[in-house]
Design a binder for this molecule. Structure first.
Ligand code: 6PG
Length: 246
């Protein structure tokens, strides 16, 4: 696994790097090949998507991009809680991506059925490596408790599941979610953690300096075997890292 850590002054510079990463990875793709991205949810991606819509409106060939999700809340697509709705409002409605290139997790469906349906959809759309569908790029956020996608501390069995997608439950709200598992996360060609803000500085320090309990956190299990792991941090979230070790 190749690991690359970049610290940026602000979210705009982080977003610029992220957009350029997508552009560079798409260069040289054969005409008939799509570039597949699994998007993360929560609030951090909102500003990043807005930036991509504004500054990469034409630079990214959206017609050659297929969009999926790393996780989704089991709510209707027009719920304020929906990762799809957040993405639609801040990106999908603003760039020329064909509807047929968008593969949302149906939060309104029965979660167990949807986890299976979505895994079949992903398997149908993506090339497989060692029989596991491979995303070109998989976006992840990081919770202050060290969760990623919708795999929360104490639920590593979900990360280690034999399935590509599992059902999870938010520990505080009880909200049910469909989440990618480690099986498909660690099969990706590139995985990007995007973290911003002071509130993430403690968990970032725990992970980067391998403080007590770091290796029981779901985020610590993200190790794309044959891919590159990018940590894209703003200065505030990286503010408590003493030394950045690879
Ligand atoms: C979700 C996300 C989740 C998120 C982290 C960070 O559906 O909420 O996938 O894993 O990335 O909770 O969220 P913030 O960006 O809001 O801090």
């Amino acid at each position: 696994m190749d690991k690359r850590i970049s610290v940026f002054n602000n979210i705009d510079e982080l977003s610029q790097f992220f957009g350029e990463l997508i552009v560079s990875q798409m260069q040289g793709l054969p005409e008939w090949v799509y570039y597949s991205i699994a998007l993360s949810g929560g609030s951090t991606p909102k500003a990043i998507f807005q930036y991509l819509a504004q500054h990469f409106h034409d630079q990214i060939q959206w017609k050659k991009v297929q969009l999926f999700w790393s996780d989704e809340r089991c709510v209707s697509p027009d719920s304020p809680e929906s990762n799809f709705r957040m993405t639609k409002e801040n990106l999908l409605d603003l760039v020329a991506i064909p509807q047929e290139n968008i593969f949302r997790i149906r939060g309104e469906s029965d979660p167990v059925f949807e986890a299976g349906r979505y895994a079949a959809t992903v398997r149908q759309q993506l090339r497989a490596v060692n029989n596991i569908p491979q995303f070109d790029l998989l976006m992840l956020g990081l919770g202050e408790d060290g969760h990623t996608a919708s795999i929360f501390p104490g639920n590593l069995h979900l990360f280690e599941s034999k399935y590509l997608f599992e059902i999870a439950k938010h520990p505080q709200s009880g909200q049910v979610r469909v989440t990618a598992t480690g099986k498909i996360i660690n099969a990706a060609r590139a995985v990007t953690f995007l973290t911003t803000g002071e509130s993430k500085s403690d968990i970032i320090a725990t992970l980067f300096e391998k403080k007590k309990g770091w290796d029981s956190l779901p985020a610590s299990k993200v190790q794309p075997e044959n891919g590159t792991l990018y940590w894209l941090l703003d200065k505030k979230s990286a503010s408590k890292i003493a030394t950045i070790q690879k």
